[in-house]
Design a protein around this ligand. Structure first.
Ligand code: HT7
Ligand code: ZN
Length: 861
């Protein structure tokens, strides 16, 4: 096996050489592309030494220094590095290399997607295009000449501003793009192909007109309207909220079908997975529309948080990703229901990040070491990173937080910065002491906050006792007390009213007592309101308190949380074989469904049962996955009989047939309808089947159609077969919609999910080399609890086989699917042993990539 190289944060050294200017010329072709580079290099502040250029999967044609062509004895090219000894402190270095985009299945560097040539350079893909010191703290001014066949590649795009398109007279044409902003090479991009654009413009706050283009396959332009609206809203929002104006005359987005991630923020030329660009009501669900807006905003916001101020090294990744996720979450909250957005973001955090933080892959938001950087684009860096920024904003308050961010932009514009630079700027600009808070950057694991409230009726005081526990996880980075902001309020049990104002408690000690005066009636504690800190709260609760909060709390998140707690407690007990009365849950669910003062989207979120994986995590060890599934099915049946078919049918029928729009109200109606239908299918009778079939047939939008198809796909009925066949026939030409068809079936719990998935693998539309399709089918199966965890371990074996298959094509994608097997510690001995055996089998496989190796090794350790 390959020896793994570990990079340590403490070993950072400034670069030995800088590259102030880079001129690149591409002679483009899918089979063969020649890349000529002319780099002005000057010595940097790092240790004096040779010029080392990273170079991977390149056929080196020539190297010159100062205009003199070098012979092979004058340089070394080994282990993906081209090493040149340069006399003096500056030089012009020229290289020529050849690459084969159509053989690039890893989708890093320059590759072909359909007929389009495109690039992906973050984190370390630029070295697969041209020899270069591929690290984010080397900022260069780029001029890029693209030359290609006029018929095959009529559109040629790169970063910055375009020059004239020149006909070369031999069937080819060329254009030069100039980017005036120095940037790290991971933000380089080039695209060539038959593309058409939806065009628009945006006038910035200083009155500059920016030409906007969203480039897609000809014919798809009308499906970019939503993305364009989101882009213009993002540009305006960043001016209004952070005072940030766009800084080029052109901003382009290109959509491609083969992409390892959601999108990429290359300077002035974002490249997107087409799934996050194309939408119309027939083909995109409301969730798709929301995701498109959020990702367009995220990539746009990177222009300041990531591009203008970039990262010094990849250990600082959360500097740009955590901050930019926080910014896109705030943008979405400002453009829809803020409460529902918060609930959804916390659900994502808990499912993905809490699990990561409690398992073998735990790491802090600024890790100390990595093997393969692409494995570090994790939920911890992104989502916990965003929660850490949110806590700073909460501690500072809106105005002071803005003063802090203003100072950050003022101090570090044009630099490759560190997380420490960010913290210091917020500390100085917002006048905060973040000395203890810094532990959020170094300590891994989700803290637990224990809370007990007592009441002294005679003294009319309440005392809140808080303590914090730091878990013992791998790479914990210390377990010292954290600085935890907890939004807290008390409610009167008799009056149902809030007792006084909400307080922001800053828990800094291991344990503390806080007194509340003037408390005459029995108080009920509402804590971590709005999820003000990414912690697990264990509150001592008297019977009925959660039911009370689910009815009376005036913070929507806390009210949702109380319902989730009620259900989680029940599910944990049931999965352990302990009987439990569900009356309080039924009461809370029916009350929520009937409460017309609550908006529909909130009601839908509140009655959702917690994800199986959250119940597994709560139980902690020796979990039977089948018992968790059984408990969930029993609870949902109980909820259905408690809520009653009629109540749910009324919701499903209400508001159908009106005109389609994307207002929060309309989306809320559709969401509640889908959740009600899902609950009806906990025990579907003929009426439910007929309702779902009617919803499917009459749907004028993908949200309703998917809700109906998802419900039917989980039933063993003729309608299931009919609807699945109809869906495929209707949408066979749209890859992003066909992905949904694969996922719905892979996740369906009816019959034998493994057999269904294997059957789908033989479908002519299945391909392991397209990451979206692989994720749709194999990722869908891995999320199918009864299928993946079927007794005997066949599901585990199947996933390991698929990881090994895709590893030969695209290691980055393969590595992202190891985590479900890494959860073995949670499960009963026989399941755990079977999962471990599959991790070991992967490690023993010849030719395993270092991406998968790192994930499998860490998962087993
Ligand atoms: N910053 C971008 C990260 C990204 C990426 C990382 C590894 C491999 C492929 C990738 N494509 C994009 C996306 C973002 O966070 O905005
Ligand atoms: Zn990002």
């Amino acid at each position: 096996p390959q020896a793994s190289h570990i990079t340590h944060r403490k070993d950072y050294q400034p670069p030995a050489w800088l590259v102030p200017d880079a001129a690149l010329t591409f002679d483009l072709g899918a089979k063969r592309t020649k890349v000529s580079a002319r780099l002005n290099v000057v010595r940097g502040a790092g240790p004096r030494g040779p010029l080392i250029l990273n170079a991977e999967a390149l056929e080196l044609l020539s190297v010159s220094v100062g205009g003199r062509k070098l012979s092979a004895d004058d340089y070394s090219y080994a282990d993906d590095r081209l090493t040149l000894v340069i006399e003096g402190d500056e030089a012009v270095v020229e290289t020529e290399v050849r690459i084969a985009p159509d053989r690039n299945t890893q989708l890093m560097g320059l590759y072909a997607s359909g007929g389009i040539l495109c690039t992906q350079c973050e984190a370390e893909g630029f070295r697969r295009i041209t020899p270069f010191p591929d690290r984010p703290d080397i900022l260069s001014r780029y001029t890029v000449t693209l030359r290609a066949d006029r018929t095959d590649y009529p559109v040629l795009l790169s970063n910055g501003d375009p020059g004239e398109l020149r006909d070369l007279g031999d069937g080819r044409h060329e254009i030069m793009w100039t980017d005036p902003h120095p940037k790290p090479c991971y933000l380089f991009a080039a695209v060539a192909g038959k593309l058409a654009a939806l065009k628009d413009s945006f006038t910035t706050m200083s009155g500059r007109i920016v030409a906007l283009g969203i480039w897609v396959r000809p014919g798809d332009e009308p499906r970019c309207q939503h993305a364009m609206r989101a882009l213009k809203d993002s540009m305006a929002w960043d001016e209004r909220t952070y005072g940030r104006e766009y800084d080029l005359d052109v901003f382009n987005i290109v959509a491609v079908d083969d992409f390892n991630f959601g999108a990429m923020e290359n300077k002035g030329l974002n490249i997107f997975n087409s799934k996050y660009v194309l939408a119309d009501r027939e083909t995109a669900t409301d969730t798709d529309f929301d995701n498109i807006a959020a990702i367009v905003a995220h990539e746009y916001f990177h222009n300041w948080t990531g591009n203008r101020i970039t990262c010094r090294d990849w250990f600082q990744l959360s500097l740009k990703e955590g901050l930019t996720v926080f910014r896109d979450q705030s943008f979405s909250a400002d453009h829809g229901s803020a409460a529902v957005k918060r609930i959804q973001d916390v659900r994502t955090l808990r499912i993905a990040q809490f699990a990561e933080d409690a398992g073998p892959l735990a790491h802090s938001i600024r890790p100390d070491s990595y093997q393969e950087i692409s494995n570090f684009y994790t939920s911890t860096i992104y989502n916990k990173g965003a929660e850490v920024i949110r806590m700073m904003a909460t501690l500072a308050g809106a105005e002071r937080y803005r003063a802090g961010t203003d100072l950050y932009f003022e101090r570090h514009d044009g630099e490759a910065a560190t997380c420490e630079d960010w913290i210091s700027a917020i500390e100085d600009g917002a006048a905060l002491d973040l000395s203890q808070f810094r532990r959020w950057y170094t300590q891994a694991g989700t803290p637990t906050v224990n809370a007990t409230l007592t009441h002294d009726a005679d003294a009319r005081t309440a005392t809140l006792t808080l303590s914090q526990d730091l878990p013992n996880v791998p790479n914990a980075g210390g377990r010292k007390p954290m600085h935890i902001p907890l939004k807290t309020a008390l409610f009167g049990r008799e009056s149902g009213a809030r007792l006084g104002k909400e307080r922001l408690i800053e828990l800094k000690d291991a344990a503390v007592q806080i007194d509340f005066g003037g408390i005459e009636e029995t108080p009920i504690l509402s804590i971590n309101r709005a999820f003000s800190a990414p912690v697990s709260v264990k509150a001592t609760r008297a019977p009925g308190e959660l039911a009370f909060l689910s009815a009376h709390d005036d913070d929507p998140f806390a009210r949702y949380e109380a319902m989730q707690e009620l259900m989680s407690d029940w599910l944990v007990k049931r999965a352990r074989g302990e009987g439990e009365d569900a009356a309080a849950i039924i009461d809370a669910v029916t009350r929520t469904l009937d409460d017309q003062s609550l908006d529909d989207a909130f009601r839908a979120e509140a009655i959702l049962t917690p994800a199986d994986t959250l119940i597994v995590d709560r139980i902690g060890t020796d979990v039977s996955p089948r018992a968790v599934v059984q408990a969930r099915r029993t609870l949902r049946k109980t909820m259905l009989s408690g809520a009653g078919h009629e109540r749910l049918m009324r919701i499903i029928e209400s508001g159908r047939g009106g005109s389609f729009d994307l207002s929060p109200e309309a989306k809320g109606k559709r969401r509640l309808r889908a959740v009600a239908l899902g609950l009806l299918f906990a025990d579907p009778g003929e009426e439910a089947i007929a309702a779902a079939a009617a919803l499917y047939d009459k749907a004028d939008n993908m949200t309703d159609r998917m809700a109906a198809m998802t419900a039917l796909a989980g039933s063993d009925t003729a309608e299931r077969v009919r609807v699945l066949a109809d869906f495929h026939a209707r949408f066979r030409s749209d890859a992003n919609v066909i992905d949904k068809w694969f996922t719905v079936q892979a996740m369906a719990e009816t019959g034998d999910p493994l057999a269904t998935t294997q059957h789908l693998m033989a479908h002519e539309d299945y391909s392991a080399s397209n990451p979206n399709r692989f994720r749709a089918l194999i990722g869908g199966f891995a999320a199918n609890m009864p299928g993946f965890h079927a007794e005997g371990g066949a599901g585990y074996r199947f996933l390991a086989d698929q990881i090994l298959t895709v590893d030969r094509i695209n290691p980055q994608t393969a590595a992202r699917f190891v985590a479900p097997l890494g959860r073995w510690r949670r499960f009963r001995q026989d399941d755990a042993a079977a999962m471990r055996a599959e991790l070991q089998r992967m490690l023993d496989a010849p030719g395993l990539s270092k991406d998968v190796r790192e994930m499998a090794e860490k998962s087993l350790a």
